[in-house]
Design a protein around this ligand. Structure first.
Ligand SMILES: [Zn+2]
Length: 480
């Protein structure tokens, strides 16, 4: 059976079982759990995987809601990444084209990870079933990865060695466009700086007080000066977590600030981090307070792989442009109508960049459609997008390819109420099935084309430049 016949069969398998995957996506949307509290969502995926004959290992890497579902044996070993966490405070009524929470302050699936997990499930199930039917050797592992949005579950999984021994990694993300994920991401450290001082009456005995709030303010000032002397692409963000109380007449005995430090390479983040720590130490010295570091998490930059990316893209071309019905366009239009002119202009500019061969008129016509229904031309660059993902930590362990599919109305943003509202739409369902098919077809290529895999692995080693993965999160820090 040629690979094309095999790929057609894989698509058929996924279509036959599609309600398993779309139901899982809708259920996870409903649970909308966050960070490392994803028990119900992980359960939804594990139950299907169990029924499908995968062997499940739960509670991986010290995280209750992390799991690995394996099928098959021997080489090559393919990792497929699933996420299922929501975002805080983004609750929203489904299908409603106006911002309205079902329950104020509750989480919502504003990044489509409900579909992400279910699409990965479709991919793993599709290739598993095909391997079984055709007696193909090799191993497929579906990784259930908690806390992508905050907490960096995959960094903790990587620290525990769970990605070791993989030969290739496949993943995807629901977005507005059907495209290959052809760029890197920023490495990111997330660390709390906790200062302790001495409380005192601020008017009658200020000489006895040592202000932790002063320390945080001096730290901010020091870091503001530091920003001029770091590489252009670095980002240093901060938020006050504890300002030491609400009484100005009491010297603040505690204060705490959370820093995110980002740069294209982990080694660059490490350098900047050490300088930020020196600034914090200086602030403590100046104020007679003490400073303690508390790690939250960290993630590495994403290592792109052109070889595997092209194979994935060929499978996307094989499936062709995403198809939408008139109902899909009409549904989406209710949401594109909620965008401001600025948002529409940003989206139109993005479309011109994605399709450089199109005339301005053609690009404009495409950007006005309520669903993006053309496959974005292949591109791959080492430049980083202005954000971070813990898929980076996985990508340090094997050649990795990622794609996106058009699930959400054109021009709407991830982490928005519009994304949450559309989370159970037909376009999301079709997008996750499309992704599952491409992942399973690409897995088949990995299983049956050792020459390609060798080339992808050589490229991956070259990209690492002799470095190997180092998780900066100290061993004693546990995911929480
Ligand atoms: Zn996301």
């Amino acid at each position: 059976m040629s690979n094309n016949n095999g790929k057609n069969r894989i698509c058929q398998i996924i279509d036959e079982k599609k309600s398993l995957f779309t139901d899982a996506s809708d259920k996870i949307w409903g649970f909308a759990e966050t960070r490392f509290q994803l028990t119900e969502s992980a359960d939804v995926l594990c139950r299907v995987l169990e029924d499908e004959g995968f062997e499940i290992q739960r509670g991986c890497g010290g995280m209750e809601d992390a799991f690995i579902a394996s099928y098959g044996s021997g080489k090559p070993v393919i990792g497929i990444l699933a996420e299922y966490d929501a975002l805080g405070n983004l609750n929203q009524e489904a299908d409603l084209p106006e911002k309205k929470a079902m329950e104020q302050g509750k989480p919502g699936h504003g990044c489509g990870h409900n579909a992400l997990g279910a699409g990965a499930l479709a991919g793993a199930t599709g290739i598993k079933e095909y391997m079984k039917e055709n007696n193909i050797s090799g191993t497929v592992r579906l990784y259930g990865c908690p806390a992508e949005e905050s907490g960096s579950g995959k960094a903790f999984m990587a620290r525990a060695g769970l990605f070791n021994g993989l030969d290739a990694i496949l993943s995807w993300h629901p977005m507005n466009e059907t495209a290959i994920w052809g760029f890197s991401s920023l490495a990111n450290y997330q660390v709390y700086f906790n200062f302790k001082g001495i409380s005192a009456h601020a008017a009658s005995s200020p000489e006895l007080g040592r202000s932790a709030l002063d320390a945080v303010e001096l730290m901010s000032m020091g870091v503001n000066y530091l920003r001029e002397h770091v590489i252009q692409e670095a980002r240093i963000h901060y938020a006050y977590i504890d300002a030491g109380g609400t009484s100005p007449n009491v010297v603040q005995p505690t204060a705490s600030v959370l820093y995110f430090i980002r740069a294209p390479r982990s080694s660059q983040v490490q350098e900047i981090f050490e300088r930020v720590v020196d600034v914090a130490k200086g602030a403590a010295l100046m104020t007679g307070t003490t400073m303690e570091l508390q790690w939250d998490s960290a993630c590495a930059e994403y290592i792109v792989n052109d070889t595997l990316g092209k194979v994935m893209y060929d499978n996307m071309r094989y499936l062709g442009n995403p198809k939408f019905t008139k109902e899909d366009y009409d549904y989406a239009e209710q949401f594109t109508n909620t965008l401001t002119d600025v948002e529409k202009n940003i989206y139109a500019r993005k479309i011109r960049q994605y399709f450089p061969h199109k005339s301005n008129d053609e690009a404009e016509a495409l950007s006005k459609k309520s669903m993006m229904d053309e496959l974005v031309p292949y591109f791959m660059t080492n430049a980083a997008m202005a954000g971070s993902t813990d898929v980076g930590d996985a990508s340090w362990h094997a050649p990795t390819a990622q794609m996106t599919t058009a699930c959400y109305p054109a021009g709407t943003s991830a982490h928005s109420w519009q994304y949450v509202a559309c989370g159970k739409s037909d376009a999301v369902h079709n997008g996750l099935l499309y992704a599952g098919k491409v992942i399973a077809m690409t897995a088949l290529d990995v299983l049956t084309d050792p020459e390609m895999l060798k080339k992808a692995q050589e490229e991956y080693k070259k990209q690492l430049g002799g470095e190997s993965y180092h998780c900066p999160i100290p061993a004693e820090v546990q995911p929480k």
